[in-house]
Design a binder for this molecule. Structure first.
Ligand code: ZN
Length: 421
């Protein structure tokens, strides 16, 4: 059986629906992936893991002085609820959270720029902010064409630092309240925390010559709210399915593991859970190949590598030898490769990014109707993945040293909050 971009693209179309961590839709996609694995004659299974999740039943924000106006907001999942009767507070725009801002946060409803990162969260908690407000999107967004993003107080924020009342709003509204000099506001959040179950879909093809050397292929199949996650990352999911199909028919020298990870978008929860559950076999893993985003018509192929310069040189040379265009570089990549690199396993990512104006991620535009993805473009990454796989899977001597450079180790530690910035 040879690979087929058409079959892959069609499978992607079948699963072009929102698949948020822990949801029924995520489970439905897992079942479909498992069914496809087994249709290739390979036994697969689902490995469940718990996820901390939350639902916000109700969130409101009303500016009360010097003017009165209600704005659309979403509560962060796992936000604290406001007390009965809501919360009245002074509004303060702390921009990029400099020390001068922190002097003014005590007891206030504090808005900051950009994402809520752990360093800023820590500062705001210590400064005694009564609630945290973020904004998303752009000031040009039309409400009818965009969504007010739903965010989450992840464990990486709340661990040691505790919970907070947190809300998100649209950038245009955030600009308006600052411009109009909002001083006082009223907020309400009714939020519930819960434990849910997410899962990974896993399959193994035993190696015929070097069964104790394991190469694992990974791709996450969950999406974020509002996004059908075709580009991010059903595209990668269907590519590794083709790779599985190929090696089911052409028995590999080394043992191959295929993992479709759930809950990647919530902080790599699926791959972290997998690495933890398979701790005792990790020393047999010689390489991880991860595919996260592909199929963009107008785009570029890159291969961020978490290993050594020698691996960068090897992959770069292979791409050149085969006349394949791929920008190979040593770098961390925010995806399921990270928990593997953290355990000393070299990881190669293959991705095709949509170029500016032709790549949409993490919102409703990541959708087949947006017209930025196609089968031919998906085939580029599929062929690169197949070429690389054929080389490493059956190499007489494994060509990749099991080593992570200090540069990458440092970036991984920082990414996983092991070191303070
Ligand atoms: Zn992704």
């Amino acid at each position: 059986m040879e690979v087929s971009a058409r079959r892959a693209f069609n499978l992607m179309k079948e699963m072009a629906y929102v698949r948020v961590s822990g949801s029924l839709e995520e489970r439905k996609a897992a079942e479909r992936l498992l069914q496809e694995v087994e249709s290739c004659g390979v036994k697969g299974c689902m490995e469940e893991f718990p996820v901390k999740s939350g639902k916000v039943h109700h969130a409101r924000l009303v500016v009360t002085a010097p003017y009165v106006k209600e704005y659309e907001v979403t509560g962060y999942e796992r936000s604290l609820s406001t007390p009965e009767g809501g919360l009245d507070g002074e509004f303060y725009y702390a921009e990029n959270v400099l020390p001068v801002h922190l002097k003014n946060c005590q007891g206030k409803i504090v808005m900051i720029n950009g994402r809520l990162r752990r360093t800023d969260y820590e500062k705001l908690q210590k400064a005694g902010a009564a609630a945290i407000l973020t904004f998303s999107g752009t000031t040009l967004d039309r409400n009818s064409e965009t969504d007010c993003d739903i965010r989450k107080l992840r464990e990486t924020l709340t661990d040691d630092l505790g919970f907070a009342v947190a809300l998100n709003m649209r950038a245009a509204d955030a600009a308006e309240i600052v411009r109009r000099g909002a001083k006082q506001m009223y907020i309400e959040v009714e939020s519930e925390c819960m434990d849910e179950v997410s899962c990974n879909v896993c399959a193994v093809i035993e190696g015929s010559q070097y069964p104790d050397e394991i190469i694992s292929f990974g791709a996450h199949f969950d999406s974020v709210h509002f996004s059908t996650g075709v580009y991010d990352n059903m595209s990668g999911s269907v590519i590794i399915m083709e790779i599985l199909r190929y090696f089911a028919a052409h028995k590999p020298g080394r043992t191959l593991k295929f993992n479709w990870y759930g809950s990647e978008e919530q902080g790599l929860l699926g791959s972290k859970a997998w690495v933890k559950a398979h701790e005792d076999e990790l020393d047999k893993h010689v390489l991880m190949i991860n595919i996260d985003v592909a199929a963009a018509t107008l785009g570029m192929n890159t291969a961020p590598i978490l290993a050594t310069e020698a691996v960068v040189g090897y992959v770069d040379a292979l791409m050149k030898e085969h006349g394949m265009a791929c920008g190979v570089k040593m770098d961390i990549y925010s995806s399921d490769c990270v928990p593997f690199a953290d355990k000393g396993i070299p990881a190669i990512n293959l991705c095709r990014f949509g170029t500016q104006g032709a790549g949409y991620i993490h919102d409703r535009r990541d959708n087949l109707k947006s017209g930025y993805l196609d089968e031919k473009a998906l085939d580029i990454t599929l062929q690169q993945a197949l070429m690389l796989s054929k080389h490493v899977v059956n190499a007489k001597v494994f060509p990749i040293e099991r080593k992570i450079s200090d540069e990458i180790k440092g970036k991984v530690d920082e990414y996983l909050f092991k070191v303070k910035k």
